[in-house]
Design a protein around this ligand. Structure first.
Ligand code: 5GP
Ligand code: ZN
Length: 108
């Protein structure tokens, strides 16, 4: 399968990880829209958010997002979580964007 995030997960494409464990990897978006723009990605190929059926993995992803918000000191600076799906996504491998700092005025 020709999936760039699977290639990153298998280390076929080198990438500096902000965080990594057996199931999850976090790295900076190649085209950031704010000074912090991380992608929180399960290593397993899950095509769309609606295909995420594993509650334990969902919990782990949420926990990792919380850790990343704290680690990047966005906790008090404004952060935004974005998930594109159903055709709005460019990459068909589930990922959450963690973006910041953002203010109240800039809406999606
Ligand atoms: P989507 O629209 O699928 O939610 O977002 C895909 C994101 O992946 C985009 O923000 C894009 O900049 C990022 N991206 C695409 N290819 C690569 C890559 O090879 N490395 C990294 N770090 N980010 C990528
Ligand atoms: Zn994939």
């Amino acid at each position: 399968m020709d999936c760039i995030f699977c290639k990153i997960a298998k280390k076929e494409i080198p990438k500096d990880f902000t965080y990594e464990d057996d199931e999850i990897m976090v790295f900076s978006d190649i085209n950031p829209i704010a000074s912090t723009h991380l992608l929180v990605v399960p290593k397993e190929h899950i095509t769309d958010f609606l295909e995420l059926k594993n509650d334990k993995l969902f919990g782990k992803l949420a926990n990792t997002i919380q850790k990343m918000v704290k680690k990047t000191e966005l906790k008090d600076k404004g952060y935004r979580l974005v998930l594109n799906g159903g055709g709005a996504q460019i990459i068909d491998h589930l990922h959450f964007h963690v973006v910041g700092p953002v203010g109240k005025k800039v809406k999606m």
